[in-house]
Write a protein that binds this ligand. Structure first.
Ligand code: ZN
Ligand code: ZN
Length: 330
């Protein structure tokens, strides 16, 4: 189902508000209003831009509410499209902002000095075989984000009104999903999307094995038996287990391709990425634009580090470039 309506009343006191991502192929992020006895919880709030704020006000009006009815914002993770507007909304009087501490730490690392964070990730991609020239474009997303201190840190299994936190690291270090105890549905943030495959990449030396975390988090939510999925992008869909199985199968296929690519001499992550098919259209690496090449290499590093964490690949460093090879125990 494709729709451009601003809001959809989903029943069980849940309203989906499509907040614009102007100029981005994702088109929308879903903010979800969840009715509580004291007002609303808003799950994810869009990036920091006037058209997003206007859409949120209009969406609230369609739901018969105004911003003063929003008592708390729960952010699934620190990415700009989920968290960027939170500071604006706090200044506009929303009392509470809830986030996992690991994502606040991650946000602090990146957003305290975004230029330096970009420099670190460019250098990291360089060490993985992809020469990156810094462009103004690259930092665009930082301008749509804002480091905002939560009023409350949340942990796995914690209760927020009718919602229960499910810690699902991988896409980011402190990503959370939320189970609604009233409807049995799960808000999955960017952890489970359909048909998009969530990005899991390594953009600096600070992350160890996010793909291993991501796979474990997929298995975790798959086992919870939610009866409906309310994702941050795209439309709600019924069958969580089906989509979890597809995503797990996709990661396995990807892993086989990476292992095949690693058959011979040690390769950098960029070398491996150049031999893999990309996007749902199986494009060659060279057909991707500069930004997507960076995402592709970051994802490939995540796969290589996952193999390394399992003892199936090893990494060496020569002339400032990391190279990976199979250990023979595949
Ligand atoms: Zn995200
Ligand atoms: Zn997102």
């Amino acid at each position: 189902m494709h729709t451009d309506a601003l809001t959809t009343i989903l029943g069980d006191g849940i309203v989906q508000i499509r907040l614009p991502m102007t100029g981005n192929p994702m088109r929308h992020i879903n903010g979800y209003l969840v009715a509580e006895p004291d007002g609303y919880t808003l799950i994810d709030c869009g990036w920091k831009a006037d058209d997003v704020l206007a859409a949120l006000h209009a969406g609230l009006a369609e739901a018969g509410a105004e911003l003063s009815a929003v008592k708390r914002i729960v952010v699934t993770h620190m990415h700009f499209d989920h968290y960027g507007l939170a500071g604006t909304l706090r200044r506009a009087g929303v009392p509470d902002l809830l986030l996992h501490p690991l994502d606040f730490e991650f946000a602090s690392r990146i957003l305290t000095d975004p230029k330096e964070a970009d420099r670190i990730s460019d250098q990291w991609l360089g060490e993985n075989g992809l020469a990156v020239e810094w462009t103004e474009d690259e930092s665009e997303h930082h301008r749509l984000n804002e480091l905002t201190e939560p009023t409350r840190f949340v942990q796995d299994a914690e209760r927020i009104g009718r919602l229960v936190v499910v810690f699902t690291p991988g896409h980011t270090p402190g990503h959370i999903c939320l189970i609604d105890t009233q409807s049995g549905k799960m808000f999955t943030g960017d952890h489970v999307l359909d048909p998009v495959t969530p990005h899991v990449g390594i953009w600096s030396s600070h992350r160890a094995n996010p793909l291993g975390d991501y796979i474990a988090s997929l298995e975790k939510v798959g086992a919870l038996g939610a009866t409906g999925v309310l994702p941050a992008h795209g439309e709600p869909f019924p069958d969580l287990q089906r989509r979890v199985d597809e995503l797990l199968a996709h990661e396995m296929t990807r892993e086989r391709q990476v292992v095949e690519a690693l058959g011979g001499a040690p390769l950098s992550a960029a070398d491996v990425a150049r031999s893999l098919p990309w996007t749902r259209r199986n494009r060659h690496f060279t057909e991707l634009n500069a930004m997507h090449q960076q995402f592709a290499v970051a994802e490939t590093i995540a796969h290589l580090e996952h193999l390394r964490a399992g003892g199936r690949a090893e990494r060496t460093s020569a002339e400032g470039i990391f190279r990976f090879a199979l250990t023979g125990s595949v």
